[in-house]
Design a binder for this molecule. Structure first.
Ligand code: HEC
Length: 204
C-alpha cells in the first residue's frame, strides 16, 4: 500500500509540478499572448498598422453607426462618442472620448478589446487605427479626412482632458474637512426631513 502511495505521489509530482493536488496547468504562450493585449499611454503594446479617417468612416458606418450614430452622437440610449466639450463641470456632463478620455491609447485598446458590441475582437489592427482616426475626426482632434493614424505618429495626439486625471489627493484636500465620527453624546433620534417622491426625479 505504501509503495502504491509513493508511486502515486511521484506520478502527480511529475505530471503537475507547480500545482498542489494536480489541479490546473501552466498557461500556454498562445493563451498568454491572447490575454496580453493592453495598450499603454506611452504606446507600448501597439501593433504595426495604420488607417485613415476616410477608411475609418466606412468601417464605422458599417459596424458602429447603428448604435453610436453616424457622427458618434449616439442612437437612442447607446453611448455618445463625440462632443460634450466644456460640459464636465455642468450639471449634466457629457463624457465622450473628446471631452473626457485621458489617452488615445484607451480608445485603441477599448475598440480593439470590446467593439463592436457583441462581436468583440473581430477587427484588424488597421481597422482599429482607422476607427481611432475617425473618432479623433469626430472630436475635432484632426480635420483632414486623409489623415492617417499609425504606430509611428500615435503619440503626437494628447487628448484634451489628460490633465483632468491625477493621483487621488483626498487625504490632503478632503479628509481634513471631515469631523471625527461621533462616539458619545450623539443625537438620539434621526428624522427624515425630505422625500424625493413627488419631485419627479425618476421618470415613469
Ligand atoms: C450593438 C451596439 C454597438 C455597436 C454596433 C458598437 N458599439 Fe460601441 N458601445 C456600445 C455599448 C453598449 C457601449 C458601452 C459598453 C459599456 O459601457 O460596457 C459602447 C462603448 C463604446 C465606446 C466607449 C464609450 C465611452 O465613452 O465609454 C467606444 C469608443 C465605442 N463603443 C466604439 C465603438 C466602435 C468603434 C464600434 C464599431 C467597430 C462600436 N463601438 C460598435 C454599443 C455598441
Amino acid at each position: 500500500m505504501l509503495k502504491f502511495l509513493n508511486a502515486l505521489l511521484i506520478l502527480t509530482t511529475l505530471a503537475a509540478p507547480a500545482f498542489a493536488g494536480g489541479a490546473g496547468r501552466i498557461a500556454t504562450q498562445d493563451e498568454v499572448a491572447a490575454w496580453d493585449i493592453d495598450i499603454r499611454p506611452d504606446g507600448l503594446g501597439l501593433p504595426e498598422g495604420s488607417g485613415t479617417v476616410a477608411i475609418g468612416e466606412k468601417v464605422f458606418e458599417n459596424q458602429c453607426a447603428g448604435c453610436h450614430g453616424d457622427f458618434g452622437e449616439g442612437v437612442d440610449r447607446w453611448p455618445v462618442l463625440a462632443g460634450g466639450f466644456e460640459t464636465l463641470t455642468s450639471d449634466r456632463p457629457i463624457k465622450t472620448v473628446g471631452s473626457f478620455w485621458p489617452y488615445l491609447s484607451t480608445v485603441w485598446d477599448y475598440v480593439n478589446r470590446a467593439m463592436p458590441f457583441g462581436d468583440a475582437q473581430s477587427l484588424s489592427a488597421d481597422e482599429v487605427y482607422a476607427l481611432t482616426a475617425y473618432i479623433m475626426y469626430l472630436n475635432e482632434i484632426v480635420d483632414d479626412e486623409q489623415f492617417e493614424l499609425s504606430k509611428a505618429n500615435f503619440l503626437d495626439f494628447p487628448l484634451g482632458n489628460e490633465g483632468g486625471f491625477y493621483s487621488d489627493d483626498r487625504p490632503t484636500t478632503e479628509y481634513p474637512f471631515f469631523t471625527e465620527a461621533c462616539m458619545a453624546g450623539c443625537k438620539t433620534s434621526v428624522e427624515i426631513t425630505k422625500h424625493a417622491s413627488g419631485k419627479d426625479v425618476t421618470p415613469e
